[in-house]
Design a protein around this ligand. Structure first.
Ligand code: ADP
Ligand code: MG
Length: 339
């Protein structure tokens, strides 16, 4: 048997990166969530080749102090929580302090950042987890990440990437969800030089829906705002006349996070049953506002699935909220022609 050895930090980070970073969309998710956590109200994302060769994320948030840039890239370094008790009332999107170290471990990453108070910005280059340079530079307030050549040093993982087109699709889906959960942030998404998405950041969810899904959907929405037992549901339902052939038009957010939830889908679809044909799925953008203690966000590193403490009650509340709304008399069972 070979001797037992503790792995060096670069290797540890590379392995850990596998938990967080599966594909370009995972990197975009982490960087955009950081931008939102930094208070940005404008975020531009640009990718080339599905994000495999380049991801650029630019925000106008608070920036990182020059003398904290290095530590931001250390594993388990975060400005967002201090202790495990904080986990029960997290308001920020990130909190594990794993993203930047993971991204840096498997790409060539460049960061340019400046806080409002600083006279100069900082440019930091780190490749495969190893620092290349750190220097002062002129920069606007905010932060820009340039992430190049995903998995250039992990061929085993590079093999599992799909075509640039498929990867770009994942990034686009992700940005749609992020825009729907943050109407107050203006998102701009460019893929291979082409504009794919632009939202105004005016805070109106309906306008974001319009930007993403177009006129027909935006003209056939029912607003919803329902509260019961500490659970508040807000957002929009599509009128039954605009039901769809698949589940891709069901968007759920819990305390601002996009989530997949078979339970919520089931409840929503059950509530639509009396109003639609079989094998049709509703359009919905539903935001669930719930006390942080009612949910466990710590279920999975990518934080897509989360667990409610009281699943059955949530099922019932969603059903009731949706079914009642669909029964309201003002609802005309006819498509409105957009003007
Ligand atoms: P986490 O988001 O879990 O704290 P990250 O590895 O994603 O961990 O980021 C580490 C730290 O770097 C953050 O806690 C934050 O202080 C800082 N940071 C990262 N991205 C940005 C950004 N776009 N603007 C300002 N600060 C940032
Ligand atoms: Mg983060």
């Amino acid at each position: 048997m070979p001797h037992i050895q503790v792995l060096d930090q670069v290797t540890i980070d590379k392995i850990a990166a596998g938990e967080v970073i599966e594909r370009p969309a995972s990197i975009v998710k982490e960087l955009v969530e950081n931008a939102v956590d930094a208070g940005a109200d404008s975020v531009t994302v640009e990718i080339r080749d599905g994000g495999i060769s380049l991801i650029r994320v630019m925000d106008n948030g608070c920036g990182i102090e020059g003398d904290e840039v290095r530590s931001a890239f250390l594993r388990h370094s975060t400005s967002k929580i201090r202790s495990v008790e904080d986990l029960t009332h997290i308001s920020s999107l990130g909190f594990r302090g794993e993203a930047l170290s993971s991204i840096a471990a498997v790409t060539r990453t460049e960061l340019i950042t400046k806080t409002e108070d600083a006279q100069f910005g900082t440019r930091y280059v780190i490749e495969g987890g190893k620092e290349v340079s750190l220097e002062e530079t002129g920069a606007p307030n905010g932060t820009t990440f340039l992430v190049r050549q995903l998995f250039y040093n992990v061929p085993a993982r590079r093999k599992f990437l799909k075509t640039p087109m498929t990867e770009a699709g994942h990034v686009q889906d992700l940005l749609m969800h992020l825009s729907l959960s943050h109407p107050e942030v203006s998102f701009h998404f460019i893929s291979n030089g082409q504009e794919k998405l632009r939202t105004s950041g005016n805070g109106k969810l309906k306008d974001v829906i319009y930007s993403i899904y177009g006129r027909e959907v935006a003209a056939n929405l029912l607003d919803i705002d329902y509260e019961k037992g500490g659970l508040r549901i807000t957002g929009y339902l599509g009128k039954p006349v605009i039901t769809r052939g698949n589940r891709n038009f069901e968007n759920f957010f819990v305390n601002g996070r996009y989530v997949k939830s078979p339970m919520i889908s089931k409840s929503l679809e059950d509530a639509y049953k009396d109003f639609t044909m079989q094998h049709k799925f509703p359009f919905a953008v539903l935001h669930f506002h719930v006390n942080g203690e009612e949910i466990d966000v710590n279920v999975h590193p990518t934080k897509m699935e989360l667990r409610f403490q009281r699943q059955q009650e949530v099922y019932g509340t969603v059903y009731e909220a949706v079914h009642r709304r669909l029964l309201e008399p003002e609802l005309i069972q006819k498509a409105e022609v957009p003007d």
